[in-house]
Design a protein around this ligand. Structure first.
Ligand code: PDD
Length: 281
């Protein structure tokens, strides 16, 4: 579908016709927030959690919420219904709106609301069978990574570093401790236990983060959230990525060094199976 219908500020419009003024603060300052919601069989997956995070992001940047949860779900439903694919990935963005350029919040501004969808592109069977290559790098982003902000230059530069090194993700470390990858959360496994960095301002709390907590509890996989040193990542039995589009994905190597035996491990296999069960439920 070349020109799907998208939602922009109150109307459904073909993507090619959807335009915003150049003074939109999303364009000028990256002053906005976003969400990415997977749709399976035309149903949003974990929509409650995505809505809660959307509302948290809006509150965190002092932006009034232009819609109720029910209105948001209705708008998402319209965009999803207009697309032929059953499995999709909805992207939604809210910016502070259009105003004369000045850094501080403008008075009486109307937020810009944009929602689009695309067929979801999941990792290939080969990536799942072999695991993926990653690179490591210093996390040089700001200290409010818990906000799902459209100001993503740090993440863009990290992703580009990965791309230039034929890697799927850039795994970042701040002061020697694991934070997250350019657009996914990172987990390690040691002696059958899954570990992830704490949910604080240094990472985005992925909707998969909460899901993995639930799946671990249900499947009896021990889970610990704590600061994880760089050496522990390289010495892990398994390293996993999680995100809306990667679901859970095994890491085979970082900077060319094999993780564990360089193959997807048993905790990955269990979590991936549990994830597919949760999608089908
Ligand atoms: N990225 N950390 C960062 C920096 C992310 O950008 C994402 C998601 C995650 C995982 O969050 P979730 O489980 O809710 O997808 C963690 C989305 C997919 C994106 O920017 O396209």
């Amino acid at each position: 579908m070349n020109d799907p219908l998208v939602y922009l500020n109150g109307a459904m419009t073909p993507l090619s016709k959807a335009t915003i003024p150049v003074l939109d603060r999303g364009f000028i300052f990256g002053d906005g927030i976003y969400e990415v919601i997977p749709i399976y069989g035309r149903k949003p997956f974990r929509s409650e959690q995505h809505m809660a995070r959307l509302f948290r992001s809006l509150a965190a940047i002092g932006m009034p919420n232009p819609h109720s949860k029910e209105q948001w779900m209705e708008l998402i439903g319209k965009v999803v219904a207009a697309h032929p694919a059953d499995d999709q990935m909805v992207y939604m963005q809210v910016t502070r709106g259009v105003a004369k350029r000045a850094h501080a919040f403008p008075q009486e501004v109307t937020p810009t609301v944009f929602i689009m969808t695309n067929p979801i592109v999941l990792p290939s069977a080969q990536a799942r069978a072999d695991g993926v290559a990653c690179v490591s790098m210093e996390d040089k982003r700001w200290l409010r990574c818990e906000i799902k902000s459209t100001s993503l230059l740090g993440n863009v530069l990290a992703a580009q570093n990965a791309a230039e090194n034929d890697a799927v993700e850039a795994i970042q470390f701040r002061d020697g401790f694991l934070t997250e990858a350019s657009s996914s959360n990172v987990w390690i496994v040691k002696n059958g236990k899954l570990m992830g960095p704490p949910k604080d301002n240094l990472i985005l709390e992925g909707i998969r983060y909460g899901l993995i907590e639930e799946l671990c509890a249900a499947k009896g996989i021990p889970l610990e959230a704590r600061r994880i040193a760089r050496v522990e990542v390289f010495a892990a039995d398994e390293v996993l990525l999680s995100s809306a589009t990667k679901e859970v994905l095994p890491v085979a190597s970082i900077d060319g060094q094999a993780i564990g035996n360089g193959k997807p491990g048993p905790i990955y296999q269990q979590l991936y199976a549990a994830y597919q069960e949760a999608k089908a439920a």
